[in-house]
Design a protein around this ligand. Structure first.
Ligand SMILES: Cc1cc2nc3c(=O)[nH]c(=O)nc-3n(C[C@H](O)[C@H](O)[C@H](O)COP(=O)(O)OP(=O)(O)OC[C@H]3O[C@@H](n4cnc5c(N)ncnc54)[C@H](O)[C@@H]3O)c2cc1C
Length: 409
């Protein structure tokens, strides 16, 4: 296994400008280079392996390039577990009941066939890295920050420092650039979370609290609480902010809330925080030998910040194309569409209405979950609503603000 480890992460460099004659010979020649081995890069690798096994197809030679030098348990992925994917057996928790609340009002949904599922990042990383390690056709190079992607006569040349990789095609999963994050309509989902060990904490272990709105903030702010068992829970303080910065001290808000619960002895076992762009990404040029994938390609759902399921859908579609390209020798690829365009449009109307009336968010979300069924909401949240689901969602919301938000001015 050709795995390179470097001691430090390197700063992102300017794109390469050297001419073909100045180029060093490539370090490796591959069918496919995947830039970034986060959720999308690793999902794509695992989908390639699974689909090749299922269809007895030959695997292309694949190289994954990733700046980090080691993986940590840096996040948990939660999603409605409706469709198969290569990581399904790794899910650690499932809740068949979930709720949204504000003060003493709450809306609960439950369905024995629709679970809200949790998959810790370290479990997924360990599994995917082991699968890659066991596959002769795949190489993972850690400690590599890609700085250049150039088309050549017979493919694409990817560069990082003095190193070069030649490929027939490239899937670029790097996060969105600053230029992609300037959309006026949308929010930043900023959150600060803790995993807590607390004997007999008393929270109902059968129910995931998706949103428990907190009063006194100028923008929507809520608690997200997942009881993992009787003695452990994950809690996050989340805000939909108009800008990424400045982020108020949500950690201290969370600490004060925990103090008020009079939980007795508890211990923080892990911390997790992030800021997710709830924005519609500008369309990326996406056909040919270099394809954007992941959050930078708009796969994350703008109105929710959920990405795991669309990432599996997009990775599966790309993996099918790549196996077909490897079989036919035609490496012209298309960026997959991960959800219907009208759903993206619905999300932008929702975000525009929410931006104009942030104080109404608690009321709207509770109403939405009260007026729809668990099956409808789980399909809607997973980007696969039937038309009746979309209609139920639309009619649960007040028509005035949403019709005004749908107007183009
Ligand atoms: C703390 C946290 C919790 C989340 N929880 C959920 C959840 O519960 N459910 C859900 O659906 N979504 C969740 N998300 C959102 C989303 O699923 C994740 O952000 C997901 O990791 C995005 O996948 P990605 O592959 O697009 O990006 P990443 O996983 O970030 O992968 C991109 C990769 O590109 C690499 N990279 C960057 N620059 C370069 C470069 N120059 N050269 C090479 N590689 C580069 C990065 O190191 C990284 O590994 C969460 C996000 C965070 C941060």
């Amino acid at each position: 296994m050709n795995r390179r480890l470097e001691a430090e992460l390197e700063p992102e460099a300017e794109p390469e400008t050297r001419s073909a004659s100045q180029r060093a010979a490539p370090n490796g020649e591959y069918d496919l280079v995947i830039i970034g081995a986060g959720l999308t890069g690793l999902s794509l690798a695992c989908w390639l392996l699974q689909l090749a096994e299922d269809g007895q197809a030959t695997l292309p030679r694949v190289c994954l390039l990733e700046p980090r030098t080691s993986y940590s348990n840096d996040r948990t992925w939660c999603f409605w577990d409706l469709d198969p994917h290569p990581f399904r057996d790794l899910i650690t928790h499932r809740w068949f009941r979930w709720q949204v609340s504000r003060g003493n009002q709450s809306a609960c949904q439950s369905d024995a066939n629709a679970a809200y599922a949790m998959l810790p990042a370290d479990v997924l990383y360990r599994h995917a890295l082991a699968r890659i390690e066991d596959t002769l056709a795949f190489d993972l190079h850690l400690g590599v920050t890609v700085s250049g992607v150039e088309h050549t006569d017979d493919g694409v040349l990817v560069s990082a420092d003095q190193r070069r990789w030649q490929a027939k095609a490239v899937i670029d999963t790097r996060p969105p650039g600053k230029g992609q994050l300037t959309s006026g309509v949308g929010f930043w989902q900023v959150f600060s979370g803790l995993e807590i060990a607390c004997p007999k904490h008393g929270f109902d272990t059968s129910t995931a609290t998706l949103m428990d709105f907190q009063p006194g903030y100028p923008h929507p702010c809520f608690l997200y609480l997942l009881p993992l068992d009787e003695d452990h829970f994950l809690i996050e303080w989340t805000a939909f902010q108009p800008e990424k910065e400045p982020a108020p001290d949500y950690r201290s808000d969370l600490d004060s809330w925990l103090q008020r619960q009079e939980l007795g002895y508890y211990e923080v076992t892990r911390e997790e925080s992030g800021s997710l762009p709830m924005l519609r990404m500008p369309n990326v040029q996406n056909s040919g030998r270099v394809i954007r994938a992941g959050v930078g390609a708009g796969w994350m759902r703008a109105a929710t910040g959920y990405h795991f399921v669309s990432c599996q859908r997009g990775s599966a579609a790309l993996a099918r194309q790549i196996l077909a390209a490897h079989a036919s020798g035609d490496w012209m690829l298309q960026g997959p569409s991960v959800r219907a365009g009208w759903l993206d449009w619905m999300d932008s109307v929702f975000l525009r209405a929410l931006k104009r009336h942030p104080d109404k968010a608690p009321q709207w979300f509770v109403k939405l979950f009260a007026a729809t069924s668990a099956a409808q909401m789980s399909r809607f949240m997973n980007d696969q609503p039937r038309w009746r689901d979309a209609l139920a969602v639309a009619s649960a919301l007040p028509p005035g603000p949403f019709m005004r938000a749908a107007l183009p001015w």
